[in-house]
Design a protein around this ligand. Sequence first.
Ligand code: GN1
Ligand code: MG
Length: 342
Amino acid sequence: MEIPEIIWEEYGMVQHPVLASLFGNGLINHTWKLSYGTEDYILQTINQLVFPDPWAIASNIDAIAQYLLIHHPAYLFVTPKKTKQGASMLVLNGVYYRIFPFVKDSLAKTVLETPEQAFEAARQFGLFTKNLAGFDCSQLKTTLPKFHDLVLRDKQFLEAIEHGNQERKMIAQELIEKLLAFRFITHRYQQIIINPNFKLRPTHHDTKISNVLFNSQDKAICVIDLDTLMPGYFISDLGDMMRTYLCPVSEEESDFSKITIRKAFYDAVIDGYCSEMGAELSKDELDAISYAGQFMVYMQALRFLTDYLNNDIYYGAKYPDQNLVRAGNQLVLLEKLMDLAI
Ligand code: GN1
Ligand code: MG
């Protein structure tokens, strides 16, 4: 997509920045890296099909930035560059743009190589929620209603089975049945949301490895991508790390024999997260640590298969069965995780 020239002027950049190519591997937003003088920046457009109210995202980032500045001034938290008008975003022809300073000497990983890195990343996500423990969660706007609500994902799955592409339903029949057999995971979630010992906390909701920045010594220095920062349960953040850090291959892998759980990474994720959050979690929450991974992997399998049945309207697909493959991949990962819990 073309980037309108007027952006630079609105951000007070007198010369045209050097625009590098598309950056990162997110499925939702478009991201570019740019250089301006001695500084580097990240330019991003917000996908409004996914985020109908981009100002809610900006408001959340502003609110927690203010809180962190007062209560944890040494904590590195990346905030958007302001426009000349002092706004955190720029709207041009209905498209929302924002610019973040690029953290110097930082590196975003797409692949996790060692348990130490898993520990580091999990510790940063734990630290993020811990530092916000005193923050009044009700100040946060919901950027994606019911995003990690497994009851909703279950309902959407059932609806897609009934009303979605019936030809695809036949192809996916075996997978559909296997996923339905795991509905006890949703039932446990229903117990969690009525349990007062499960606290709603400021939750990142997208703890994949590329959302942690590392330094050259391989230490994690901060978390990024606050689009889905909302009140949530710790199982979302810990669980998505389990979903994306434990297996040597990603959700895109179609050779399911490569899907395994690396136990050392599993332990590292839990140790790293609990090194910050351990004392914050209640007994009931601690008991749900292994459930966290099952919850997130199952939800992602449901979401991919739902999208497949709905003709890929949400995630898109680079080849016809991509969302079916992704769902099958997540099912195998779920089975491996369940074995681990026994
Ligand atoms: C989406 O855009 P990305 O890759 O960060 C999705 C996540 C999924 C992930 C699966 C807003 O995240 O929930 O886990 O794809 N984000 C949204 O790859 O739907
Ligand atoms: Mg994201």
